[in-house]
Design a protein around this ligand. Sequence first.
Ligand code: GDP
Length: 468
Amino acid sequence: QSFAKNTFNQLKNKAEKAIHRGLDQHIKLAVTGLSGSGKTAFITALVKHLTSQADEKNLPFFDVIREKRHIATKIVPQQALTIPTFEYNKALNSLLPQEGEPHWPASTERINTLRLAIKYQSNAGLRGHFAPQSTLYVDIIDYPGEWLLDLPMLEQSFQTWCQQQYTLLTQTPRLHKAQLFLEALSNLDLNASVNESQLADIATQYQQLLKGLKKETKLAMLQPGRMLMPGELDGAPLLQFFPVAEVPDEIVVGSNLAHLKKRYDAYVKEVVKPFYAQHFRHFDRQIVLVDVLSALNEGTETLYEQSRVINQLLNHFNYGEAGFLKRLFKPKIDKLLFAANKSDHISAKHHKDLALLLDSVVHEQSNHLKFDGVQIETMAMSSITATQPRQIIEKGVMLDCIYGKPLGENEWLTYLPPQPPARLINKDEWPSKGFAFLSFSPLPSPDKRLNHIRLDHVMQYLLGDKLT
Ligand code: GDP
């Protein structure tokens, strides 16, 4: 009898294991945003909250936690062996050091990955009955948003790319900064036999121009993206091209122009396309972090360009039968989230304005677009809050201020941040003094916990349906 019982138990165990395996799910969650938008901070916070702060008080809007079904989340070895590992411990040590002041971790410069195993109690009918525990494996893939912005190049010839980029360079706010490059370009004889060193010099100048524009204006439409975030391609001849004023239909063989076109084509074929074919195509969910407050600091042109770029991207996410991405790669992304990050830089009562503003940035032109198979959402959040709310009474009026240590300063400050507009505003509506949102150092945390704003909403949107 005991033999029969043992066998039965063994069989039952086996069956349960088999069911487990069958029910374990995988999801690839891609995290992007332009440099400085907060990808590293976001991933560090996501992992920290799931692995060691996964309680109801901390993540009340994440169903699996609120319903007490979360068992444990662990970092497990990644499967993709060719992608560098996201340096979670290093990032966490910067934010929660054993000794000394906390500081922000180093930003994303290339693609990174990390795998989480979320063990949870499933609550759905059959599953709940047979398999009390399931595991969701989440591959987090972190990549520079600059690479995503190269996406439209897949559809453009060198000729159309030049038309678009060169025109931008001859308009404000770029024109003023582009003088040196345009001058160097005017000295280049496009039809002469190729002069490699002159092309390399002008390409360097173009790269400096892009880097300068990025740093000083935070403009978003800067291509090629790898000139800003080269990853392993730093210094590769493939990156040595730039837009010219006009590309004729007939190009002189062996000329400078022929060479530029060749490099553009090679860049698209050997850099842009493989990224989409090897990585992007396999993503299930995508969060795009948007630093709306920095764009507001820069002014209308930057904010509007951010909006144009997002809308151009959205066009590419339109998966309708004729959709460009669909024809090319059959991508799988079914949920796309735009998150206005760093909302701890403003008072809590203005978080809603920030969310509305991002919504109007994202939907500026795309309201009419039909998105087959991809759900799009916008939210305002903060992965790691670096300020505390403070209420101050001034002349009998209660002011909702924030308290923190501005980045690079030694003094703590209580300050009243400006209110962001709740929609895209035009030049005439723009406040005459512009906006000046401050950045802050991370807060010291004696109990080694991180704080967030609405990260649980983000988790619920991106992962909730996979954890039922
Ligand atoms: P990445 O380039 O996208 O990886 O951006 P990081 O994650 O390195 O973030 C860039 C900078 O933005 C950080 O050094 C912080 O100063 C700031 N930052 C990022 N996330 C937050 C946040 O949630 N709150 C605040 N206050 N600042 C943030």
